[in-house]
Design a protein around this ligand. Structure first.
Ligand code: NAD
Length: 494
């Protein structure tokens, strides 16, 4: 007995009827999603607290508000995104109309992980609904409280003939993947990504794979250690380190390590107090299985900060390790927890070589003040005045002349790391701020994934870009010049 067959048949019929295609229908679904978030904000915050001990602040900025921003952006731009895109023409098509039509794929499957269980289900869902698809959503079985709300409450806000939530772990998801979908959007670990891609290949179904990996963080000798420590610590220990774009390890010289360690200790104490375990701002590990894996990693290298753990609470203290060997598990697998190893390198070249010898990461970070352009000193006051300032909500706080990324704001060391490496995304002198911009695509490269989303990129990901040319039916005299029998005259026409 196939538990999914009826649901999938119903959704396919709904898609076939064409009801998801009009802009009005898509907008109504997006508005429904927005209402779901507003009406159930407290319920979602409580669920995130139960699942991950997520603070109200982290739940708001990284789950709820980020989803709301995507919904609002899609609603504001829906008609413009849906519009046929005119393209340049050649001599032989001057009298025709040539354009790209963005059409929905059909039945889309979204498989989500547990670490940001609202964001990583709803943000792809915004793109899939805006693009006019029918959607099957498979949340993670590990974030149980959030999964329950997504399964029981969310469908009430959407057209249930076009949308369904299905539940289950690997076995059920495996069964689901035997069915044919028109697009699969998967977020999770690279091992499962391979399983999903192999299942999709049987039906030649296109996929987006949002995967993980080890994100390097290079810290140059010329830096302000406290600023770097604050930023690295916030992004490493946010959501208790269970973030796919968190800095996974620091690469720096032994001297910089000596300056960074007290600064990291100060940052951790300032953020989480003398006893981080009692801090309401620090999350917990999602499951016992992950807790045990992480506790095992505490045995690598030498613990210099933190290192405490408690299984009854799935608590692991914000931890820093030094003297780790490349061959130890902490440098072999994605950490995905509140543990930060520091690896020593003697030069920038060695750091770049270290990064390039490994799989391409989802994100890469570089911190440096050095080798600034001489004009920077002069320009800095001007830049401060003219750079637009954005609130975390994406709201423009004040708007002045925008500057471009090639401005002297980025020191040369940061630019060298950017130029000589590859990664899904890159951020100079901070943690994962690049992913807060809906104007940038979010996704991996190589082993960290394929495809991207956020903002209009989501709409494009879930739309087939259909190449269209409409020719007037007449003018056969002109067009017949190309027909056989061929002669030198045919060639002259080219
Ligand atoms: P996971 O791959 O174990 O699970 C993700 C989803 O796949 C879940 O819904 C799960 O039920 C399903 N699944 C698990 N095993 C399966 C199998 N054998 N067959 C079919 N489906 C299966 O990932 P996770 O533990 O939930 O999340 C952590 C991983 O996700 C990390 O590697 C992290 O880096 C990555 N991640 C990536 C991003 C990104 O945007 N690139 C975001 C968050 C997490």
């Amino acid at each position: 007995m196939d538990p999914f067959a009826d649901t999938l048949r119903r959704l396919r019929e709904a898609f076939g009827s064409g009801r998801t295609r009009p802009a009005e229908f898509r907008a109504a679904q997006l508005k429904g999603l927005g209402r779901f978030l507003r009406d159930n904000k407290q319920l979602l915050q409580e669920a995130l607290l139960q699942d991950l001990h997520k603070s109200a602040f982290e739940a708001e900025v990284s789950e709820i508000r980020i989803s709301q921003i995507e919904i609002d952006l899609a609603l504001r731009n829906l008609r413009a995104w849906m519009k046929d895109e005119k393209v340049p023409k050649n001599l032989g098509t001057q009298l025709d109309s040539a354009f790209i039509r963005k059409e929905p794929f059909g039945l889309v499957l979204i498989i989500a992980p547990w670490n940001y269980p609202v964001n990583l289900t709803l943000v792809p869902l915004v793109g899939a609904l805006a693009a006019g698809n029918c959607v099957v959503l498979k949340p993670s079985e590990f974030s149980r409280s959030t999964e329950k709300i997504l399964a029981e409450v969310l469908p009430r806000y959407l057209d249930q003939s076009c949308f369904a939530v299905v539940l289950g772990g690997p076995q059920e998801t495996g069964q689901l993947l035997e069915h044919k979908f028109d697009y699969i959007f998967f977020t999770g670990n690279p091992r499962v990504g391979r399983i999903v891609m192999a299942a999709a290949a049987k039906h030649l179904t296109p996929v987006t794979l949002e995967l993980g990996g080890k994100n390097p963080c290079y810290v140059d000798d010329d830096c302000d250690p406290q600023t770097v420590a604050n930023r690295v610590a916030w992004f490493r220990y946010f959501n208790s380190g269970q973030t796919c774009v968190a800095p996974d390890y620091v690469l720096c010289s032994p001297d910089t390590q000596e300056r960074l360690l007290p600064a990291l200790q100060r940052a951790i104490t300032r953020f989480y107090g003398e006893d981080p375990r009692s801090s309401p701002s620090l999350g917990r590990i999602i499951s016992e299985k992950h807790f045990r894996r992480l506790r095992g990693l505490l045995g690598c290298g030498r613990v210099v900060i933190g290192g405490q753990s408690d299984e009854s609470d799935r608590y692991i203290a914000p931890t820093v390790l030094v003297d780790v060997q490349e061959t130890e598990p902490v440098m072999q697998e994605e950490i995905f927890g509140p543990i930060l190893p520091i690896v020593n390198v003697r030069s920038l070249d060695e750091a770049i070589d270290f990064i390039n010898r490994r799989e391409k990461p989802l994100a890469l970070y570089a911190f440096s003040n050095s080798n600034q352009h001489p004009a920077r000193a002069k320009l800095e006051p001007l830049l401060r005045k003219h750079v637009p300032t954005w609130g975390l909500s994406g709201r423009l706080l004040h708007n002045h002349t925008p500057t471009c990324d090639s401005s002297p704001a980025a020191p040369k060391v940061v630019k060298r790391v950017l130029a000589q490496t590859s990664s899904g995304g890159f951020c100079g002198n901070d943690g994962f701020m690049h992913m807060t911009l809906t104007s940038l695509p979010f996704g991996g490269v190589g082993a960290s994934g394929m495809g991207s989303y956020h903002g209009k990129f989501s709409f494009d990901t879930f739309s087939h870009h259909r190449a269209c040319l409409l020719r007037p039916p007449g003018l056969e005299k002109i067009y017949s010049l190309r027909y056989p029998p061929y002669s030198p005259r045919n060639l002259r026409m080219l």
